[in-house]
Design a protein around this ligand. Structure first.
Ligand code: HEM
Length: 417
């Protein structure tokens, strides 16, 4: 049998169902090693991942979404490909969105977004999260069973960000209905701009808010300026709004679902956490480490450099395996054990690090905590439904076929009101 590491991480659904054996075989070749299918460098070491995140001058974000699956449209020459990146910028996935920007350009756009996520706004949003989670539970057609992702965690994630932004309720279903396969979906073309269909709706919202200001995030965004005082223009603001709207939905929904799966599998763990609710945040930190919802992140080496002792040529795609770094035994003892009482539980890299570190982390954490608290409040107990997922010891789960995200497609539960 071919070694696992010879399977294609980017296209093989068996690797997506369980990426950890592949990751461990890569790690066996070193914390920074080369995979054979796309000539990418794979980083499974925690320290090495942090090193890359902190060296934005050497590693560009331009290919952070498509990674090596989307071939470069230039052939890298020499030890610095900065000019080629600039000249071919438009050929990269999401090249007009600030997640792929570097340096001052990135800072200027991120700055606009960070000003929107104020503590006051996030606090007000918490009230909404609790109320809407309660409404979703009330609306379950059968209070003794549910499919957690469709019935609860996904609509919760969608509505929470929609409420925060101020997207009218009547438009939300239509916006989500048109979504293309998320970047990273195996077997699908990686669309250059999967969020383009938002353009019309968000352009209309922003023009409307410029004319008729309200007390909402879209109004603040519509009137945002770049640090030099200039107007970034509506198209740039539209892309900030649409990225914010979509960025955290899948990941947040998967975070809650994975936590609930672990508790639905392990009655003792569920009892322990119900008895000590103050430990729920630590529990989700460990879920983020143990099953990182964004399992891979990407960089393009701008200059020839090295990480650890491995030379990386300019123009090389680098995959930061967050799932791998978060299970690096040099950082986390017994990494395969789920232990929310581990001392360094908050040091994981599930939200990235450095200049692009996830600005939605607070929101994701609040959503997961309140989402679980409501399930604890309203149900005396919940279990994984054996009729759908098989008996203990022989469970069947379907995972998203993705080289970027890690998450269940469905989680059926039996509920005890
Ligand atoms: C469990 C949930 C989440 C996970 C695991 C997650 C993960 C990440 C990661 C790893 C990055 C870094 C990307 C990079 O460095 O290339 C990132 C960036 C980002 N995330 Fe999240 N995220 C989550 C939730 C959210 C939410 C709820 C929002 C929106 C409110 C959000 C908005 C963003 C944005 C806008 C960026 C780009 C930041 C930049 O480039 O400066 N995320 N996220």
């Amino acid at each position: 049998m071919a070694p696992l590491r010879d399977l294609d991480f980017f296209t093989d659904p068996s690797v997506s169902d369980d990426p950890y054996p592949w990751i461990e075989q890569m790690r066996a070749s070193g914390p920074v090693a080369r995979e054979s299918h796309h000539d990418a460098v794979v980083v499974t070491g925690f320290e090495e991942a942090v090193d890359i995140y902190s060296r934005a001058e050497d590693f560009s974000n331009i290919a952070c979404v498509g990674g090596p699956v989307v071939p470069l449209t230039f052939s890298p020459q020499g030890d610095d490909v900065s000019e080629a990146i600039a000249a071919h910028r438009g050929s990269f996935v999401l090249s007009d969105y600030f997640i792929t920007f570097d340096g001052d350009d990135h800072r200027a756009h991120r700055n606009i977004m960070m000003k929107l996520l104020t503590p006051k706004r996030l606090k007000a949003n918490e009230v909404f999260v609790r109320r809407f989670a309660g409404d979703l539970i009330d609306a379950l057609p059968d209070p003794t069973r549910c499919e957690l992702i469709n019935d609860y965690s996904q609509p919760l994630a969608t509505m929470v960000i929609a409420d925060l932004l101020g997207v009218p309720e009547e438009d939300q279903a239509e916006l989500l209905d048109k979504i293309l396969p998320a970047p990273g979906t195996m077997g699908a073309d990686q669309p250059h701009d999967p969020f383009a269909y938002f353009e019309e709706a968000f352009t209309a919202y922003l023009h409307d808010r410029r004319r008729n200001p309200r007390d909402d995030m879209l109004t603040q965004l519509a009137n945002s300026l770049l640090p030099d005082g200039s107007d970034p223009g509506v198209p740039a603001l539209v892309r900030i709004a649409s990225f914010l709207f979509i960025a955290g939905q899948d990941t947040s929904a998967k975070l809650l679902a994975t936590g609930v799966r672990l508790l639905g599998e392990n009655a003792e763990l569920q009892r322990e956490l119900r008895a000590e609710r103050a430990a729920i945040p630590a529990f989700f930190e460990e879920v983020l480490r143990y099953e990182s919802p964004t399992k891979s992140d990407f960089r393009l080496a701008r200059r020839t450099t090295s990480v650890g002792s491995v030379e990386i040529k300019a123009g090389t795609h680098v995959m930061i395996s967050l799932a791998g770094a978060n299970r690096d035994p040099r950082q986390f003892s017994r990494p395969e054990d789920f232990d929310f009482r581990r001392e360094n539980v908050r040091t994981h890299l599930a939200f990235g690090r450095g200049p692009h570190t996830c600005p939605g982390a607070t929101l994701a954490r609040v959503e997961a905590r309140i989402g679980l608290e409501l399930l604890f409040d309203r149900f005396a107990d919940f279990k994984v439904d054996e009729a759908h997922h098989g008996p203990e010891g022989a469970r069947r789960y379907t995972y998203l076929p993705s080289y970027i995200l890690r998450g269940l497609e469905a989680l059926h539960l039996r509920l005890h009101p």
